[in-house]
Each structure stands twice: as C-alpha cells, then as structure tokens.
Design a protein around this ligand. Sequence first.
Ligand code: TIU
Length: 236
Amino acid sequence: MRAPNPVKISAEPYGFVLTPPACALLIIDMQRDFLEPGGFGEALGNDVSLLRRAIAPIEYLLAAWRAHGLTVMHTREGHRPDLSDLPLSKHRRGQAGRRIGDPGPMGRLLVRGEIGHAIVPQLTPLPDEVVIDKPGKGAFWATDLHAELQERHITQLIVTGVTTEVCVHTTVREANDRGYDCLVPSDCVASYFPELHAAGLAMIKAQGGIFGWVSDSARILHALDSARVATATRET
Ligand code: TIU
C-alpha cells in the first residue's frame, strides 16, 4: 500500500520529515566486488566481512519500500571492459596484479558484466528498478542519476550501501549540492574502517546537518508504518 503522507522520522540533528512519494531509497554499490572475498575490496587490502552487516538492514528497508510502491534505485561502481572510462590515476592505485581490470576469482576486478560486479543476491534489483552504473565514487558524476530522480519528482534520498566514507559520502555530498535532502540510516551503511564509518556519519549531521540527517532502519520503518496506519484509518 502506498503511504503518501509526510511523516516525521526521529533523526539527528533533528527530525526528518519524510514525504514518501518524493523519497527514493538509493542503494550504493552493494556489489560482490566489495562484499565478498576475492573482489576489488579485498584486493585493496580490506576485511570484507565488516561490510556484510549492512545487508540485512537494507534488505528490510528495501522490502518496505517495495511494499509501499516507493522508488528504489541501485548503483554499481565499475568500468567498461576496455577500461576506457578508467582514469589512469585510479588505475595506478593498488598493488600490481590486483588492480582494476586484473583477473580474480570473480572475474576481472571492478569490470562491468563480471561476476564480482553484480549486486549481492539478497538485494538483486527488480526489473523496474533503475540501476546506475558509475565509473567514480559519487553516483552523480558521469551518470543519469540526477535526470532519473528529476523525472520522478524525487527531492529526498535515503542513502544506504557501501562504503560509508567513500561512495556513500561522496554521493551524499553530490546530492546535497544538487538540492536533495539526504537521510542516512547508520545500520544500512558500512565501512572497512569502523572509525571512518563513525566519522563519516558524524560529518553528515554536524553543523546542524551540513550534508543531511542520520537515523537508523528501525526508526524509518516505524515512521513508514505510522504513515500507512494513518492512511488506512482515514480510509475506513
Ligand atoms: N563503493 C565504494 O565505496 N567504493 C570504494 O572503493 N570504497 C572503498 O572503501 N574502497
């Protein structure tokens, strides 16, 4: 059932007024390359198990968003097989033999179409959900994301995914500058570095919400339920 009415979500630095039809759930880069052993994240020297804690909370939020008929969009970081969209500066980083485009157990690292590039099975996009392929850390740079959001009259984003201080943060900053109100549920984002995760969230909500708001999935689901109950009560 669609929940059309604005509803207040408990958040920091202050309550976020959610307008469900104008709010997209944006799921950033929940790809095997970042979340599973043998992918790009591990090639960078990271312990990927730390990221997996975000899967279940996002799954719950995604189920609720779909049940209410609200907008869901996914992103994937990756490059064309010929690496023509990979800047030399990005390619050079990392150890030789474990760079973008090099072979790994899930195919070529961070290359579109490879097994590792796919979104984890728990969060597989539905056919009608937009999937944005992005060559950078931010989801707006060199993509159609802004146009897709504008077409749907979206003004608010619930930003989830990985990693907190890299692609989530860059995207929240890009979105903020483009006029979107961003709410980040702390349990639906994750980092290879707990201290950077905490700092990333602190930066978003500092200075009166300089980049946006921080809440959690339980508080968002509770608010969404209240909106639905309020709508159902009025309809009877
Ligand atoms: N999606 C995303 O955050 N890409 C990264 O490369 N993140 C790291 O933390 N390395």
